[in-house]
Design a protein around this ligand. Structure first.
Ligand SMILES: Cc1ncc(COP(=O)(O)O)c(C=O)c1O
Length: 422
């Protein structure tokens, strides 16, 4: 249907104020946060301990340590599996920066592997060719809430004697073969930041089922000590430690939100289903997949535009940006998640992490090739995608998904109006 796009002065499809903020706050949150505020201890104390136990029970893990970010939990995973100077860690070429910079934090060397275009996750079939005698671990990222094929990953790890760290920062509740993410690898990291399915503002969780990994991670978490602030501390640094502990007010908020996580995830799933139904017949869209045996949590509903069919394979990112701006003018609440693949980021291109080329110039390290063109699927995905989070989150319902779909249809059916859009 020919309609004047909002970016050209037409009416916007999603009225201002339609998409509600995340997360919804109610009296459960207010009561628990106020109680924490009035308690004698604001540092790591009983709310943190309870959050650890409640989250581990929810996810099905033996052990958990709450952190001040998902990144902290990732770094703990890297350190806990013994990665250090000159060791290599296999990582996906497309993710959040700290899925990979956590490797540098421990002086180890990230080795990128391209993604699979359909799942957007690390391509398990390309991992073995990246393994060297220096490889110690694999970090898999369950990107946007779709689990990685953990059977393939754990088989590779077992064959080569590697540890597996799951970056489950976006994937609370996602499953592979009926089993939740965070229960497959040797450890996993969850994030509780603003945008995550379990939000406490900032914060995170390290989980593992392995006692030795727990002990190593715990040292890094709190100044190199071996005891938590709830125990009789000896204030002795047994190893190089950071300060990654969570705090009481944040943990209380996290506990309150955790009581509502399952219904939130259910809403998100229903909204994603409605969106998929409304988008399925719009030409030139590549919708996200949920293969058999996988249960998506729909953290981010990511759509790709078929730039070859649209005749824009050569200027894909620029054309995608025009579509994005038109959608934003319609009020659709969409964005580009990452504009750069990871190897193209300056920290990897300039190898500038610790200065003087370290850790790559360390005598224990071998050179690695970060040429972006070695990762064509990640580049293609990066340039072709947009995504959305808040429109699908509670308290938004299917009526919001329908409006967002209407905005996408309007823009895709009126691309000829783009001619004079810069
Ligand atoms: C895939 C992924 N890994 C790691 C992180 C880091 O989490 P945090 O911001 O809690 O450190 C994020 C979130 O921003 C993420 O999306």
């Amino acid at each position: 249907m020919i309609e004047k796009l909002a970016i050209k002065g037409g009416p916007r499809t999603v009225p201002e104020g339609t998409i509600k903020n995340w997360p919804p706050i109610d009296d459960v949150d207010r009561k628990m946060v106020m109680a924490a505020l009035e308690s004698p201890k604001l540092t790591y104390a009983q709310n943190c301990r309870n959050l650890e136990e409640e989250f581990a029970a929810w996810n099905g893990n033996r052990f958990s340590i709450t952190t001040n970010s998902g990144t902290a939990a990732l770094h703990m995973g890297v350190a806990a599996c013994g990665c250090g100077v000159g060791d290599e860690v296999i990582v996906p070429a497309y993710s959040w920066s700290s899925s990979v910079t956590c490797v540098l934090h421990h002086n180890a060397i990230p080795v990128f592997v391209d993604i699979d275009f359909d799942t957007m996750n690390i391509d398990p079939d390309k991992i073995e060719e990246a393994i060297t005698p220096r490889t110690k671990a694999i970090i898999v990222v369950h990107l946007h809430g779709l689990a990685v094929d953990m059977k393939k990953i754990m088989d590779i790890a077992q064959r080569h004697g590697l540890k597996v760290i799951e970056d489950a920062c976006q994937a609370h509740g996602a499953k592979f073969n009926g089993k939740k993410v965070g229960t497959w690898g040797h450890s996993a990291a969850f994030s509780f930041n603003q945008n995550k399915c379990l939000c406490s503002g900032e914060g995170g969780m390290f989980v593992t089922d392995d006692e030795e990994i727990l002990a190593q991670a715990k040292k890094l978490w709190s100044f190199g000590e071996t005891r938590t602030p709830l125990e009789d501390r000896d204030y002795h640094a047994y190893a190089l430690g950071w300060m990654y502990r969570n705090s009481e007010i944040i943990a209380a908020f996290g506990r309150a939100q955790l009581t509502k996580l399952d219904p939130y995830l259910d809403t998100q799933k229903k909204n994603a289903q409605r969106l998929a139904e409304c988008l399925k017949d719009i030409p030139h869209l590549i919708l996200p997949t949920e293969p058999d045996g996988f249960e998506h949590n729909w953290y981010n509903y990511t759509v790709r535009f078929d730039m070859e069919a649209l005749g824009h394979a050569d200027d894909a990112a620029a054309f995608r940006d025009k579509i994005l701006r038109a959608l934003q003018a319609e009020g659709a609440g969409v964005s580009v998640w990452q504009k750069f693949i990871l190897p193209a980021m300056t920290v990897f291109q300039a190898k500038n992490s610790y200065g003087k080329g370290c850790p790559w110039s360390c005598p224990h390290a071998e050179s690695v090739d970060y040429s972006p063109e070695r990762f064509p699927m990640a580049e293609k995905h990066c340039d072709w995608h947009i995504g959305m989070t808040t429109p699908l989150r509670a308290p938004n319902g299917p009526e919001v998904a329908e409006l967002v779909a209407q905005a996408i249809r309007k823009v895709m059916e009126n691309l000829d109006q783009f001619e004079d859009i810069k």
